[in-house]
Design a protein around this ligand. Structure first.
Ligand code: ASP
Length: 330
């Protein structure tokens, strides 16, 4: 088993201005885990510069995936220690970059640093290691609190609770109590390896959240960015936008015509976008906006980034986006 430390609260210590990644964390973690009975054997590596995951950039996804792929055949499973703030974004991206993963990759971290009292670090890491050693098939998962979630279905739902993650539109893959309950029937079937480690243009994808009073001119200003190639539109309810705001639909239509791939993701945590349910949503389908169905925001964003980094043609990206690639949509 390989543990890759990328940063996050789990490996932080308190400085004068709050928590920061601590130097020498790998040795501290080793000391805590040495002699713990029943743990699978593991090796530990760290990124050259562990980060607070609030500083994550799409390029870090390639760095993390490359660390795993370089060692892929040497280990039977991987645990990635990651900050909770963007763990669901990285788990989503890794799922699209490591399609057909024939080894489990499980991200975990902590709400309280390992070196602080009442830390959740060891419980999360021990469970993640045990699950990574025991999973029969490859999944990019998030283990946190008491549940293993599919990574591209997970989202951070609490800034304070130790059960910080949820998977609003897909059941958990496993739950830990006195025993570990693994739902093997929910795991993805193993397919052929199809890995890609793209060079990301960090600003290629934007997120636009609709809100009452949003003027079309603000949307136009955002869409005018020449590096923009994809937009996740966070719409209302079943996928609706205000059709009473003059110019909004036209601005989106112009962007689609220019080759920007616009996808429609609901602001609701539960349930899918149904673009034909209301006239205000049907108009989006007419101009070529693609439904994100019941994907999380993190999965829709990461999927669009990976597809745009690997395909030049917007029509191909739209078609691939509408297809379930690795369990990210129902
Ligand atoms: N800011 C931290 C991070 O995401 C929060 C955490 O790990 O819980 O790196």
């Amino acid at each position: 088993m390989l543990v890759l430390h990328t940063g996050g609260t789990i490996g932080m210590a308190r400085g004068t201005d709050g928590y920061r990644p601590m130097p020498g964390f790998a040795a501290v973690l080793r000391r805590h885990l040495d002699g713990v009975p029943g743990l699978p054997a593991f090796e530990l590596v760290e990124l050259a510069q562990p980060i607070d995951s609030a500083n994550l950039q799409p390029g870090h996804w390639t760095t993390i995936a490359a660390e795993l792929v370089a060692r892929w055949d040497d280990y039977c499973g991987f645990v990635v220690l990651h900050g909770t703030d963007t763990m669901a974004w990285t788990a989503s991206a890794l799922s699209f970059m490591l399609r057909g993963a024939d080894r489990p990759v499980i991200l975990t971290g902590a709400q309280i640093p390992l070196v602080e009292p009442r830390s959740d670090a060891l419980a999360n890491l021990q469970a993640a290691l045990t699950l990574a050693a025991g999973l029969p098939a490859g999944e990019v998962g998030v283990f946190f609190g008491r549940r293993l979630l599919r990574g591209n279905r997970s989202t951070k739902v609490s800034s304070t609770a130790l059960d910080a993650f949820d998977s609003p539109n897909a059941a958990a893959l496993a739950a830990t109590g006195i025993d570990i309950e693994l739902h093997a029937a929910r795991l993805l079937p193993v397919t052929a390896r199809d890995f890609s480690l793209p060079d990301f243009e960090p600003a290629a994808v934007a997120v636009l959240t609709l809100h009452p009073g949003l003027p079309a001119r603000r949307v136009e200003a955002m869409l005018d960015d020449p590096v923009l190639r994809g937009l996740v539109l966070c719409s209302y309810g079943a996928g609706n936008i205000p059709d009473a705001e003059p110019g909004l639909l036209e601005a989106l239509a112009r962007a689609v015509a220019r080759g920007v791939v616009v996808v429609n993701r609901t602001q609701c945590a539960h349930g899918p976008v149904v673009q034909g349910a209301y006239a205000t949503g049907a108009a989006l389908a007419r101009i070529g906006v693609v439904s994100a169905a019941d994907m999380t925001l993190e999965a829709a964003f990461a999927k669009l980034h990976v597809l745009l980094a690997t395909h030049a043609d917007p029509a191909t990206v739209r078609a691939r986006f509408a297809t379930a690639l690795c369990g990210e949509m129902s």
